[in-house]
Design a protein around this ligand. Structure first.
Ligand code: F6R
Length: 256
C-alpha cells in the first residue's frame, strides 16, 4: 500500500483527480470504478475543471459505480445515479451509455447484481477503482463482517452508515435500509485501488484501516491485501497514524 499525505483536503482531492487524468491520458478507454459521497465532490470538480481547461477527454472511458440505494429511482435527487449526473457525468463529455450504476429499482435484485458483475467482466474488469471510506470502515457499502470474497449483492445498511448519510435526507427514517454494492471480492479484482479520506472525523477509522490487523470488522483493511493500492489522505485524516512521518517520505506519483 502506498500512502500519500497531503497538507489539506483540496490537495488530496487534486492528487486523486491527477491520477484519474493520468490513467485517461495513458488509456482513453480506461474502465473507472467510481464512488459517491461528500469526499468525492471536489475530485469531480477537479475533473470537470480539467475537462474545460485542459480538454481532458472522457468520451471513450467506461465507468462502474460502487453502489446504489435500493428503492430510489435514478431521477431521485438522493440517488447515486442523480449524484453522478449532477456532480460529474452531465458536466463532462462522457458517453452516458458507457456509465453504469446498479439499478436499485430492479424487480429482481439478485439478477441485477449478477448482471452488474457480468457487465464489469464484459468490459475487461476495472482498471482504476476510486474509493471513499465510511466511518465504520466500509468501502462501497461493504459493512462490517462482509466477506473478503463477496461479490455484488444486496447489503443491509448498518445504523452507523444510515446515520452518516442521514444529512442528505429530509428525515433519518427516510434513509434506505438496503443498497446494492460491489463486493470486496469485486473491488479487490480492480487493477488499481485508490482510496481518498479527508477530515478529522475519518482519522480514527483510517488508522484502523491502514495500520490495524486485516479483519472483516473493518472491510477497508482488505486493501492491505491488494497488490496495487494507494491511499490519499489530508493531514487531518492522517492525524492518528502512528507511522505518518514515514509515509510522508514516500514520493508522490510522477505524471507520465
Ligand atoms: C459511496 C461509497 C461509500 C462512501 C463512504 C464515504 O459510493 O461507496 O463507501 O465512499 O461512505 O462517504 P463520504 O465521502 O460521504 O464520507
Amino acid at each position: 500500500m502506498e500512502i500519500i499525505i497531503q497538507p489539506n483536503a483540496e490537495l488530496a482531492a487534486r492528487t486523486v483527480a491527477d491520477v484519474i487524468a493520468q490513467a485517461l491520458l495513458a488509456e482513453p478507454r480506461v474502465v473507472l470504478g467510481l464512488a459517491t459521497g461528500v469526499t468525492m465532490q471536489p475530485v469531480y470538480d477537479q475533473l470537470v475543471q480539467k475537462h474545460h481547461e485542459d480538454g481532458l477527454d472522457f468520451s471513450r472511458c467506461s465507468t462502474f459505480n460502487l453502489d446504489e440505494y435500493i428503492g430510489l429511482a435514478a431521477d431521485d435527487p438522493r440517488s447515486y445515479h442523480y449524484f453522478m449526473r449532477h456532480h460529474f457525468f452531465d458536466r463532462v463529455n462522457i458517453d452516458l451509455r458507457h456509465t453504469h450504476l446498479p439499478d436499485g429499482m430492479a424487480s429482481d435484485l439478485e439478477a441485477e447484481c449478477a448482471y452488474y458483475e457480468t457487465l464489469i467482466a464484459r468490459n475487461g474488469g476495472i482498471d482504476l477503482q476510486i474509493l471513499g471510506i465510511g466511518l465504520n470502515g466500509h468501502i462501497g457499502f461493504n459493512e462490517p463482517d462482509s466477506a473478503f470474497d463477496s461479490r455484488t449483492r444486496v447489503q443491509a445498511l448498518s445504523r452507523a452508515t444510515r446515520a452518516q448519510n442521514a444529512p442528505l435526507f429530509p428525515a433519518p427514517a427516510q434513509v434506505p435500509r438496503e443498497a446494492i454494492t460491489m463486493g470486496i471480492g469485486t473491488i479487490l479484482e480492480a487493477r488499481q485501488c485508490l482510496l481518498l479520506a479527508t477530515g478529522l472525523e475519518k482519522a480514527e477509522i483510517v488508522s484502523k484501516a491502514l495500520e490495524g490487523s486485516v479483519t472483516v470488522a473493518v472491510t477497508a483493511t482488505a486493501l492491505q491485501l491488494h497488490p496495487n493500492s494507494t491511499i490519499v489522505l489530508d493531514k487531518a485524516a492522517a492525524s492518528r497514524l502512528e507511522k505518518a512521518d514515514h509515509y510522508r517520505e514516500t514520493p508522490l506519483p510522477k505524471p507520465d
